[in-house]
Design a protein around this ligand. Structure first.
Ligand code: ZN
Length: 113
């Protein structure tokens, strides 16, 4: 079912796995069905990264929910355009302000006005 996963919008690749967890031993009946599904993603943000810096990890009740949650994130075109606009705005002001969430939101607000 991991074939149904869309590529990561941040690193574009990496490794994404979904594993069942929380099974209990029921003796002669073996293990119970998984109680949850754990999605983990690791990817590199640049070719020079020695370690994966792109992490996503969450749990869902079913594997289908985990796939749906992974596949229904923000549209990457809009997201990438917003990041690019913020980066260009940072360069335009000389990047003398620290890059914080507040700075980015202020820059995006200025962009709209
Ligand atoms: Zn990624």
């Amino acid at each position: 079912m991991t074939d149904d996963l869309k590529p990561c919008p941040f690193c574009g690749g990496g490794i994404t796995t979904i594993e069942g967890g929380g099974q209990t031993w029921r003796g002669v009946n073996g293990y119970s069905d998984p109680q949850f599904y754990h999605l983990r993603h690791f990817g590199k943000l640049s070719e020079t990264d020695d370690f994966p810096r792109c992490f996503v990890e969450f749990r869902c009740r079913t594997e289908a929910e985990a796939i749906a949650a992974w596949n229904t994130r923000a549209d990457t075109t809009t997201w990438n355009a917003a990041i690019r606009a913020a980066a260009e705005a940072m360069v335009a002001i000389g990047a003398d302000r620290p890059l914080t969430e507040e700075t980015l939101l202020a820059l995006l607000k200025e962009e709209k006005e």
